[in-house]
Design a protein around this ligand. Sequence first.
Ligand code: ADP
Length: 648
Amino acid sequence: MSSVDWEKDDPFEEQRDKIENPMKRLFLVYGRDYAFPVTVGILASIFARLLDLLPPLMLGIAIDAVFREDAVFSEQIPLVLLPEAWLPATQTEQFWFLIAAIAGAFFFGAAFHWVRNWGFNAFAQNIQHDIRSDTYDQMQRLNMNFFSDKQTGEMMSILSNDVNRLERFLNDGMNSLFRMSVMVVGIGVLLFWINWQLALVALLPVPVIAGFTYVFIKIIQPKYAEVRSTVGKMNSRLENNLGGIQVIKSSHTEEYESDRVDDVSMDYFDANWDAIETRIKFFPALRVLAGIGFVITFIIGGLWVFQDAPPGPFTGELSVGMFVVFILYTQRFIWPMAQFGQIINMYQRARASSARIFGLMDEPSKLEQNPDATELVVDDGEVVYDDVTFGYDDEEIIKNVDFTVEGGDTLALVGPTGAGKSTVLKLLLRMYDVDEGSIRIDDQNVSDVTLRSLRRSLGYVGQSSYLFYGTVKENITYGTFDATDEEVVEAAKAAEAHDFIQNLPDGYDTMVGERGVKLSGGQRQRVTIARAVLKDPDILILDEATSDVDTETEMLIQRSLDELTENRTTFAIAHRLSTIKDADTILVLEGGEVVERGTHDELLENNGLYAHLWGVQAGEIDELPQEFIDRAQERTARVLEDAESDDD
Ligand code: ADP
């Protein structure tokens, strides 16, 4: 088996590459509805950060103008902006004025922080919800092709990981972005205002730190990508092994699988360690850079305070208070800068996630409903397949299939595995659209009626009976939500399910499905049959509906099915030919083509494929012609080949 090409697995790549600016689209399409909270959040964020800057400045003023009294109170930055009449004159009043300003800054700052958090969270959570709902709606419209195993994982990952990642950027990322901008701009302006020469010194590390962070991001990003890729591989391996634990145990390959898990886990470890090594060097290095800036500011500022303007371009005076302000601000300045890298990182990940989300949303669904679609009206229930040809991809799977089922009749489809029986029925359900020809119900083309009315008229009981996590009753009424309890019991009785349901711990209210009580395959099958009985559809599709039950139960179900199918157009696929031998017409499919048709007796007389299949099931293996055995072997080999190439 060849290794899986992970990049190639991505089903939405093509659409995604067409999306030019996903973040713009995110803000324009989804952000617009929540412009109010985000604007409030941004404004509150700016005010909150500005208020954060006040206390150090007040401390500086207190030192210079109140404690040491060697500066004029009203000339201090930013008090010069206020009319002098508003400012207190005595030392004590000035002291209390500054205390009030500091206390006010803390109090209002806290209030603004609260508003800011409300705004950004409301923005992010609402968008997250809208995007998830829209993506899910779109996902449900996709062609069935998208729901093969690997792609289900991919969609799950878009719906959870990518949507969550967006939320993180919209909340934390944007918050940090505004915080950083206000801090850098606010502190920069204040420092320049107080003393532009020392400001130049204090801000010297800024471009260095920005450049350093940029380089760090460039180095760490591919490492993070590697971590994500290895974690994806590891999860797939684990998921696969948990799903196949029975095969592993029965093939006694535990050691082999342990080694394989060990390998992928080691790859993850290596990738992670590589990223960790880089990351843990970054912050100490940043500290050193910040420290150098701090020391230089301290040396120049300190000398300036207790001697005179240092030699060089420095002129004028620096007061003790303003020196303290510089030192305090420089400290506050560096750490938001260190987040710069993280914000870019978050932004890029959010951008990639939006591209993935919009890639899924833009995926055209081949099953678009005709804009002029009408409601399907079923009268007799006659179904016509008119020269239908279809392929999942380029290869034709159904070739020129042509037949008519009279209203109320039963048509059985038989043939070897892979002949295309299920596909024929999926086309009627319009899981896929035909490539050529048409399918008509009472003269209405299935492509011209609304999907809702079509699916309402059809009842489907498939090979694998999936139950949702919920009660037995909820599973039976799924799709017929308004059924009464009596109707549910009646349907269950008709499906031979009532007896076993009553013996469940909570009867009809027993929780079943993935996390509920485990039902046997046959029991699940009967619950789904009850669902179809309750729906009372115009046309019934039984795709090996009794494949999972034992012969005895099958007989019981068959009895109720006979009642259900009477006077109802029915399509039935069955491997056990005994269950369909009374069908009005039997179509024998091979390689996507109808090779024989007729009633059971006619087909036996014909002595073709059907007669041979019947012979095999009746135990007449010895009497089979060599030609039939050869063909069967050929077919089995082909199916195996297909299965192998699917695995590649
Ligand atoms: P049957 O019901 O007679 O066993 P199916 O209709 O399930 O046959 O399958 C007919 C052929 O179509 C098989 O070769 C199968 O591999 C292929 N096939 C079925 N489903 C898909 C799919 N979703 N995508 C591609 N090929 C498919």
